[in-house]
Design a binder for this molecule. Structure first.
Ligand SMILES: [Zn+2]
Ligand SMILES: [Zn+2]
Length: 150
């Protein structure tokens, strides 16, 4: 199966949530908790999770909620890189509070291109963490050996 199946905006939101809970808080994500986080019904969550599973981004584990596949982790990191680079821009350049920066970034991260994010990354000197001190994942095309040259 191709790895190019497009994510929808709401699927992207779930991937970010699952990544944060699973990788950064070592918790598990149940359907009910996810429904609460998004203010939707559990049936809606189940539907999105089914789609993510079809795209091979999550695995569903009986009694353990869902788990990201390695591909899902990679996809979530790409999204969170965008999210956190935007936060750096909003706080550093526009003076937003970290909370509103996070809120605004959540509305935009899915839509911005990697090119734009890398341009912001370069002009901010490849920040390592976002305003709330979460790690900003590197894009080798930007922050790696090739892009690091000053
Ligand atoms: Zn945030
Ligand atoms: Zn960079």
């Amino acid at each position: 199966m191709g790895t190019k199946s497009k994510l929808t905006a709401s699927e992207a939101g779930y991937l970010k949530l699952i990544y944060r809970v699973q990788e950064e808080e070592s918790g598990k994500v149940g359907t009910t908790a996810a429904a609460r986080a998004f203010g939707v019904r559990p049936a809606t969550v189940a539907e999105v999770l089914r789609n993510l599973a079809r795209k091979n981004l999550v695995r569903r584990r009986p009694y353990r909620g869902v788990e990201l596949t390695p591909q899902g982790v990679a996809e979530a990191r790409k999204l969170l890189r965008k999210h956190r680079i935007l936060e750096v821009l909003f706080v550093g350049l526009l003076g937003l509070s970290p909370e509103s920066a996070c809120e605004e970034a959540s509305k935009l991260d899915y839509y911005v291109s990697e090119e734009l994010i890398n341009a912001i990354c370069r002009s901010s000197n490849h920040p390592k963490t976002c305003p709330c001190e979460k790690v900003i994942f590197e894009d080798p095309a930007c922050c790696g050996a090739g892009g690091k040259k000053k």
